[in-house]
Design a protein around this ligand. Sequence first.
Ligand code: GLC
Ligand code: CA
Length: 551
Amino acid sequence: MQNNLQHQQADWWQQGVIYQIYPRSFKDNNGDGIGDLPGIIAKLDYLTWLGVDAIWLSPIYPSPMVDFGYDVSDFTSIDPIFGDLTTFDALVAQAHHSGLKVIMDYVPNHTSDQHPWFLASRSSRQHPKRDWYVWVEPKPDGSPPNNWLGSWGGSAWEWDATTHQYYLHSYHKAMPDLNWRNPAVKDAMFDVVRFWFDRGVDGLRIDSAQRIMKDPHLRDNPPNPTPKVTSYKLLGDYDSQLHLYDRSHADNHAVYRELRQLLDSYSLQSPRVALGEMHIFDWQEWASYYGQQLDELHMPLNFGLVYVPWKASAVRQHVDAIETALRPGAWPNYVLANHDEPRITSRIGPEQARIALMLLLTLRGTPTLYNGDEIGMHNVEIPPQLVHDPWEKSLPGMGLGRDPERSPMQWDAGHNAGFCPPTVKPWLPIADDYQQVNVAAQREDRHSMLALTRALLQLRRTTPALSLGSYAPIAGVPEECFVYVRQSGEQRRLVALNFSGSEQHIQLSTMGNGFIRISTHLDREESVDLASLHLRSDEGCVIELADGQTN
Ligand code: GLC
Ligand code: CA
């Protein structure tokens, strides 16, 4: 097997597990109902107890909060809602002291319309920063320059009545797109990277990474002949076009090559990582962002598991497609959920969520775990008057709103689930099952989702076959099961996952005996004859095999 990494060659971001924190919803320390940096600091002990390796923070920069931080008005500061740079430095220092790496969200595609760069840019056609954004003349009839659409509905162009041109916004009109074809923009945004790396940050999660370069001729997108067929979620009008020209331009690659050089210069001190948010489901194209010479992103994020139908065969096909698409040396990764997608528990149910967790933490590649999924939090239904998300506001009722998966973290059974003081109203409602589903209760319950997460993280950390080993799927198993072997050196582990609610019988007659190290039910550690392996409904097991040939 070629796809086997040795311990000594592996970087932290390959061996480790990344935990995504949505700061607004993690822990409120000062009692305003919104999570903050002191809250995160207070919970670092919990994260080291849990056993993750890195935290990725969704944006904490100053922001008008139209998109809750993804509309940045200053890239080199901290919004007072969350804290300040001194608190940030303390967070990084304490995280590092606890052995946790820190990954910042980096938002290159757009700024807030309140960013001083945009205020300057829109002030006059002659301003030196005019060309920092994408300003274009109207068509002769006054309409927008082309047919591009914003992701959240409507035209991607907004008219500026003062200077009589349109500006481009791939998302909300309050989030104008930067013009990455202007070298000054690139320089300024690379300085932002330096600013955070100089403060000790270990990596970047690059927001909307595939969008930064667009067609320089601004050609119209062609119509989409199959708007209802998608490997992603249905997005409404946005699906009426093939997005050939408004994103994913080949010139993205040159930017990421250059960014990688910048990262690599810092990696001489300590390894830094670049992850890119890529909503690309053509795996060849997705994999191209690792770079021809593995000289672009360390990992374009892989959202396949978020959308794949939850069936053993479909999940296996996805994993095999990823393994096939990767060139030698490219390191895979899997995202199960995040702040933009429904909670895994709501999507597939609490029983299968345990299978999903075992899958995520035993596949070859870096897992990202979304805060709250370790205790099985579910989507919270948000009544219309409490909707915050701009996507839900512009396209109500289509199921695109993201507030449900952003509800506050459930820490304990106290009022407001220990997220904020009992007398305070949290910014989003707390799930009604918080008295049962919370960190404190699950710490006491040795069969809980939290216990499972922690045990899997520990097993992964102490088992090179699981963290770094090769991956080989096993054929000839029941249709409802996904079974694979991970191997590092002679160490072998079999992962057997039952995607169904009925018992399954797996016959691996050539494998001899094995020892179940962990079951998703957390109730058996025993030796088994693999010629006759029974998995109960919704059960997954990691099974130690006799040592194999060195690979
Ligand atoms: C990314 C973020 C999402 C945000 C969007 C615009 O998709 O994950 O939360 O709304 O970019 O920045
Ligand atoms: Ca707060």
